[in-house]
Design a protein around this ligand. Structure first.
Ligand SMILES: [Zn+2]
Length: 659
């Protein structure tokens, strides 16, 4: 569903590491093993100490032609020391280790906010000699990051900016921890689970009354919402999910948004949205809002029509008169599945036998192999959990290893419970640095629905963006692109799962897997058009809420949400608090959630180049070089224009909405 593209404060030293024509080196040892909380702390102390020393050296360094490389060496150092810590706190199976990493992460955040305000480095960056456009873009981007950290503010404002940045990190961490460590379980009798595939609940823990205890993670939540015949069961599951995070998180969100508003005002902006969007494709809140309005204009009628169909389906199911039947929030998914089954004979659960998790991962990688001219090879490597896997990515033409990817497929207690990719290392051709991405998802061991295969491809798309980056500097590698472009390469690939030729690759990676029937895939594709009103309506609501909340002078997360959700066809349910679990906007997507829709416009435009052949190696190679390989060393609109041979436009997106 989403990427966590951890924002590493960009920064940098150590010119001695610069070598011409260096060979790609695979990072080894990859991640520290983190054997105890004390171990985390020791690494934290030494990592920070080293970082401070490097800053000191860079401050004293002569500002000559090698300065930008020296600056980028600091980024490299931070990736090697800070990034593993900030990642492991999301996935390590041992709670005290996660907690220690979280404490360390706050110290790194404090270091980063100081670094962002380092005037000596900022001035040196302005003076650094540039050899070409790539250097100029690094200077432009890095200067923007220093400025956004408050380096050019008068001293009292600067101090306040630093305080706010540190506090925001802490509040965001707490917000996520409240969700991760809540351990919410919902109890169901077996009768209440009628309709839900037994594989979802048979092995689950039971309470003392023998009731099945299910978590609110996707492998449990989605099947219950899709298939439980009992409305009460769905309602309980839904309520648990939309109350994830609880009132404490509403309070944290209010504090976060208030602080962001204050932060923007330090820079002379009257709201955080315009401050935050000024370096993105959208450029300001008004443009983002106009765009969102045009989306809602295209889907509102459709959303209402779909609701009528859901109501008819519910009336038919319960034998009640349609006019007296009301569709509740916890009905929407269930009846939408029934309509899809009736209209298109599509049952997402029926896909699971065709898509075992490991084979699905291998299928996804095979798609990338064909398209982008690479090879994935699994290697033995000790990671944070015995089921986490390591792959080496090589260039198919030369056989050279170019990157690594870690994969963590299954849910477990205390693990990050969405789908995301962490860019652990960026590419830097100047030192032959091989990029590393870590892909984290939570799939049912029994197999994936076609929707989940789509999610997997989406996330792999982020990993590929990191892995196939071929930038000179780590600071501009892969997914460091503009935030409202970063989803585009992943969203582009989602559509690949509906291509029969693509799915045939499954037989190459899993000869014993039964091929998914073409008819099932065609039906799923037709059904996808059916749910668009609700799907885009919801995305629109999330994005508009995010912007409205960040524009408010006195942010009140729940009343605003109740008002905005209340104005949608399905309305708001009193006592629910979706924003308490809306981790995106508490973190890096704050005021930027519209980016999912914005990126989708670009994704659909990019997709046009692959219209005739989704495995076309020539187009794929060009895409790898002109888009993925460039990372942020050129602005995103230029990458798209280079690849398409024209400016990007929204024609494909709006045509899709109408289909
Ligand atoms: Zn994503």
């Amino acid at each position: 569903m989403k990427p966590v593209l951890t924002t590493l404060a960009v920064l940098a030293l150590n010119a001695a590491a610069v070598q011409a024509q260096a060979q790609p080196q695979l990072p080894a040892p990859n991640l520290p093993t983190y054997s105890s909380a004390a171990d985390v702390q020791t690494r934290c102390d030494s990592g920070l100490k080293g970082a401070k020393q490097r800053v000191g050296q860079l401050e004293k360094r002569k500002v000559d032609i090698g300065w930008l490389a020296a600056y980028d060496d600091l980024t490299v150092y931070l990736e090697d020391h800070q990034a593993p810590n900030d990642f492991i706190l999301n996935v390590h199976p041992v709670k005290v280790i996660r907690d220690a990493a979280q404490a360390c992460s706050l110290r790194w955040a404090d270091f980063a906010s100081s670094l962002g305000q380092n005037e000596k480095l900022y001035r040196a960056l302005q003076k650094a000699p540039k050899q070409d456009g790539i250097d100029a873009e690094l200077v432009r981007l890095a200067s923007g990051q220093f400025e956004d950290s408050g380096v050019a503010l008068p001293a009292p404002k600067r101090a306040r900016a630093k305080q706010i940045l540190n506090k925001l990190t802490e509040l965001d961490q707490q917000f996520n921890k409240n969700i991760r460590d809540a351990g919410t379980r919902v109890a169901f009798t077996e009768a209440e689970l009628k309709g839900v595939p037994p594989s979802v609940w048979e092995k689950a823990k039971r309470d003392e009354q023998g009731r099945v205890l299910l978590g609110v993670d996707y492998p449990s939540y989605v099947p219950v919402m899709r298939s439980a015949e009992s409305a009460q069961a769905r309602q309980r599951m839904w309520l648990a999910k939309v109350n994830e995070g609880g009132p404490a998180n509403l309070d944290l969100l209010a504090q976060i948004v208030t602080l962001r508003g204050e932060y923007a005002r330090l820079f002379g902006f009257d709201n955080y949205v315009d401050f935050n969007l000024r370096r993105r494709m959208a450029k300001d809140g008004a443009t983002a809002t106009r765009f969102l309005d045009s989306v809602t204009g295209a889907v509102t009628a459709r959303e209402k029509d779909e609701l009528q169909e859901l109501r008819a389906a519910k009336a038919q199911h319960l034998g009640t008169p349609a006019e007296q039947t009301q569709v509740e929030r916890w009905d929407a998914t269930f009846y939408s599945e029934r309509v899809k089954l009736q209209k298109f004979s599509v049952d997402q659960n029926a896909f699971r036998p065709y898509f075992p998790p490991q084979a699905s991962l291998e299928l996804s990688m095979r798609i990338i192999e064909k398209l982008m001219g690479v090879k994935y090879q699994r290697i033995d490597n000790k990671l944070w959990h015995e089921e986490a896997q390591t792959y080496v990515v090589s260039d198919a033409a030369t056989g050279k290893p170019i990157a690594q990817m870690y994969v963590d497929l299954y849910p477990r207690d205390g693990k990050y419970n969405h789908a995301a990719v962490w860019p652990l290392r960026g590419s830097a051709t100047r030192i032959g640095r091989a990029p590393v991405a870590s892909l984290v998802v939570n799939f049912d061991r029994n197999g994936l629905t076609l929707d989940e295969v789509e999610t997997l491809l989406h996330e792999l798309g982020h990993a590929v963006h990191v892995n196939l980056s071929n930038t000179r500097y780590a600071a501009t590698a892969g997914t460091t692109v503009m935030h409202d472009f970063v989803e585009a390469p992943s969203q582009m690939l989602e559509d690949w799962v509906y291509d029969k030729q693509v799915l045939k690759l499954m037989q190459e990676v899993c000869p014993t897997c039964k091929p998914v029937p073409d008819a099932m895939v065609e039906q799923a594709q037709a059904a996808k058009h059916y749910g668009k009103g609700g799907q885009f309506g919801r995305q629109h609501l999330y994005a508009s809420y995010d912007i409205a909340l960040h524009r408010a002078t006195k942010p009140e997360p729940l009343p605003l949400w109740a008002r905005m959700e209340g104005a949608t066809p399905l309305g708001h349910v009193q006592g629910t608090m979706f924003p308490a679990g809306f981790a995106h906007i508490a973190g890096g997507y704050g005021s930027g959630y519209y980016g999912y829709l914005w990126s989708l416009v670009v994704a659909m435009d990019l997709r046009k180049a692959f219209e005739t052949d989704k495995l076309g190696a020539d187009v794929g190679k060009r895409y790898r070089e002109q888009v993925l390989g460039q990372g942020a060393q050129k602005p995103a609109p230029e990458l798209v224009e280079d690849f398409l041979g024209r400016e990007s436009n929204s024609q494909a997106f709006f045509e899709y909405l109408k289909k």
